[in-house]
Design a protein around this ligand. Structure first.
Ligand SMILES: C[S@@+](CC[C@H](N)C(=O)[O-])C[C@H]1O[C@@H](n2cnc3c(N)ncnc32)[C@H](O)[C@@H]1O
Length: 218
């Protein structure tokens, strides 16, 4: 049987950014923000935004992500059709979008790619979403629900694509630290923050559940 120490080796998280990386990415973002910030492309049909798309490009959607030149060169699949720093004011008119989808993005936003856990940067993103959504439009936000991980019994599979955890603390560690997460959320916190930002009709849904479980259904 695999020992706990062996299993712990599977819980090594990515290291923090170096000072060089921090300076490089901050300067890159500043220059791009000043020079190549653009309005989003206009798509046929409803204007739908996949914010923080990474390699997940949905046809007919505006797939938006960071400027990262290095990533464009390295990752063939990293081809956002709208580049922006989502924590800064977006070059986008008010009441533009019919829907905005973010999956595994909000828990990653941080000040200029800094190391700080940052809720205020996430709130900036929510405010820009609200400003640019048409009245009555929808916003779907998907983040790890830390409360669920905190109740983990060491046996149950938390979601179809989640790894198995040997202990509850490892599940919490995964939800809060893996993939350089900067903030941790549960339904209560997310609901309160969204409400205070000005969103209404907030509903918690399970991982593949809800009215719009994938952008394909948008
Ligand atoms: C973990 S990936 C999620 C990708 C995809 N949505 C998914 O579900 O697999 C988080 C994405 O958010 C983007 N992101 C984080 N902070 C950002 C920022 N300030 N501006 C633009 N994109 C940002 C990252 O570049 C990254 O591609």
């Amino acid at each position: 049987m695999t020992s706990l120490i062996d299993r712990l080796q599977n819980h090594e998280f990515e290291s923090n950014v170096t000072l060089f990386q921090l300076v490089f990415y901050s300067v890159e973002r500043e220059i791009c923000h000043a020079v190549i910030r653009r309005f989003p492309p206009i798509m046929d049909g409803p204007q739908l935004l996949n914010l923080g798309c990474a390699p997940h490009i949905y046809p007919g959607w505006v797939n938006a992500d960071d400027y990262s030149i290095k990533r464009r060169l390295r990752e063939r699949s990293f081809r956002p059709n709208w580049s922006l720093d989502i924590t800064r004011p977006w070059k986008c008119s008010n009441e533009h979008w019919d829907g905005i989808f973010t999956e595994h993005v909000i828990e990653h936003v941080s000040m200029r790619a800094c190391e700080h856990v940052s809720y205020s940067e996430a709130v900036k993103v929510f405010k820009e979403c609200l400003r640019t959504l048409k009245p009555g439009a929808w916003r779907r936000v998907s983040v790890p629900d830390v409360a669920k991980y905190a109740q983990h019994d060491g046996v149950e599979q938390l979601s179809p694509d989640a790894p198995e955890f040997a202990a509850r603390a490892l599940a919490i560690s995964f939800a809060t630290q893996m993939h350089l997460n900067r903030s941790a959320w549960d339904v209560t916190l997310m609901t309160r923050v969204l409400k205070e930002t000005g969103f209404s009709e907030i509903t918690a849904v399970s991982i593949w559940g809800g009215h719009r479980s994938t952008p394909d259904q948008g």
